[in-house]
Design a binder for this molecule. Structure first.
Ligand code: ZN
Length: 202
């Protein structure tokens, strides 16, 4: 039998390796660092991980995160327009658009994008709640602020077909969006222009 780390360390490495962007070697390095950094450092990390389980909830309407027991800062803000919903892939995109200061409506976080290769189907995304929300608000415009890669386009087309029967205008971000990228590659000014110059989905 070849030598390996004790089982608890192996389990930690497996968990770290499952994080996005972390390969086996970085996972091993992090695990060893945590071991050498002492009990307190690891404890802080463990506390932070436990806290996101117990102290954070996802808003059932928009899909953004809030502290447990508090109203959603986005949905419950009555200064925000209610007739317009901006659909994004991930919660981080909400913050990017907020920083661009070009938008004062509602958001809807999908939680990803359609990707047959990764087995991501409409059922894996927050499509049902989008449909329900557009009808309930009711919204007159849905802005698709999705990436311009193949999956982003496919997701945009799917949503356009989903919500158009509800009688809403469907628009998407305009010029300046880089080909093949998500919102995380775009600076705030470009996002501002892209929102202002949004155009109807063909
Ligand atoms: Zn919300």
């Amino acid at each position: 039998m070849s030598l390996n780390y004790p089982a608890p360390i192996q389990r930690l490495i497996v968990q770290l390796k499952s994080l996005p962007g972390v390969g086996p070697r970085s996972a091993e390095r992090m695990a060893l660092w945590l071991l050498s950094a002492g009990r307190e450092r690891g404890g802080l990390l463990a506390d932070a991980l436990r806290a996101i389980e117990t102290e954070v909830v996802m808003c059932e309407d928009c899909g953004f995160y809030n502290e447990a027991g508090q109203a959603c800062l986005l949905c419950s803000n009555d200064k925000r327009q209610r007739h317009i919903v901006c659909v994004v892939e991930q919660a981080a995109d909400v913050l990017r658009l907020e920083r661009s200061r070009a938008y004062q409506g509602q958001y809807h976080v999908l939680g990803g994008k359609l990707s047959p290769l990764d087995n991501v189907t409409p059922e894996d995304l927050r499509m049902d709640s989008l449909e329900r929300r557009v009808a309930e608000l009711p919204a007159s415009e849905v802005i698709l602020a999705l990436g311009s890669d193949v999956e982003g386009e496919a997701t945009a087309n799917y949503i356009a077909d989903l919500v158009r029967p509800l009688g809403v205008a469907v628009t998407k971000l305009a010029q300046g969006m880089p080909a093949g990228g998500g919102l995380d590659h775009v600076d705030e000014l470009t996002l501002h222009h892209a929102l202002q110059g949004r155009r109807a989905m063909s």
